[in-house]
Design a protein. Structure first.
Length: 231
């Protein structure tokens, strides 16, 4: 990924942070880039610590530092989940979403004799291949993608369709948990949620259980927004 050294060195808010905070932040930004580049990560202290390769106490101090200096947007949920946002990356993600939607509308307004790849009704402005394009090779499995599609259809049937950013955040959350706990753990969680008519599939209690934590997992990637929020 491109690393903008000028932005990093000249950012006044980041310059106020401690060296330890800057190190944690560098790792978290890298995880964001590896998980769809939507510019945000969500997870418990333990989960974020694994992603940043440090101790939970280090993450706690870094979150306070980033929030106090204004170097990043940090929010805390009652269930212990922390969301941290890189404003630049998040803004660029929204611009990509807007551009994709614009291109889709333009494409639909033009008549053509050529063959155009149809857009799935689940994804305004992008094809299914585009939607899954940022997944790592490990997660490019038919089972994982099929289950994600089933979950999106399930949410639509419930009248809880995702907005574009929420859809991307859900996919990044699923990809991150699959990287940590294994693809099958995410597939099982989604199927269990659909079978029980639940609103969300990624409750912390499910993935903090001994059953899921004992799964062999590839190198961790980023944690995303809570997937039961369709916004």
């Amino acid at each position: 990924m491109p690393f903008y050294t000028g932005d990093w060195l000249k950012d006044p808010e980041l310059s106020l942070c401690t060296p330890a905070t800057r190190g944690v932040w560098a790792d978290l930004i890298s995880r964001m880039h590896e998980s769809g580049r939507v510019g945000s990560l969500s997870g418990t202290l333990d989960q974020l610590a694994r992603l940043a390769r440090c101790l939970p106490a280090d993450v706690a101090l870094a979150m306070t530092d980033l929030q106090t200096t204004g170097a990043a947007d940090v929010s805390y949920e009652r269930n212990g989940v922390i969301t941290v946002i890189n404003r630049r990356m998040n803004r660029e993600a929204k611009e990509r979403e807007a551009n994709a939607l614009r291109q889709s509308r333009h494409r639909g307004s033009k008549s053509s004799n050529g063959v155009i790849t149809p857009l799935s009704p689940l994804y305004e402005g992008e094809t299914e291949d585009q939607f899954f394009s940022d997944l790592s090779e490990v997660l490019q499995t038919n089972e994982f993608k099929k289950t994600v599609l089933q979950w999106l259809s399930y949410k639509t049937a419930r009248g809880e369709s995702y907005e574009p950013n929420g859809r991307r955040a859900m996919l990044s959350r699923a990809a991150n948990l699959a990287s940590i706990h294994g693809v099958q753990a995410v597939v099982d969680a989604m199927e269990r949620a659909m079978g029980n008519n639940w609103q969300g599939w990624d409750q912390p209690s499910v993935f903090n259980s001994p059953r899921s934590s004992n799964r062999a997992a590839p190198r961790p990637r980023a944690v995303r927004s809570i997937a039961d929020d369709p916004s």
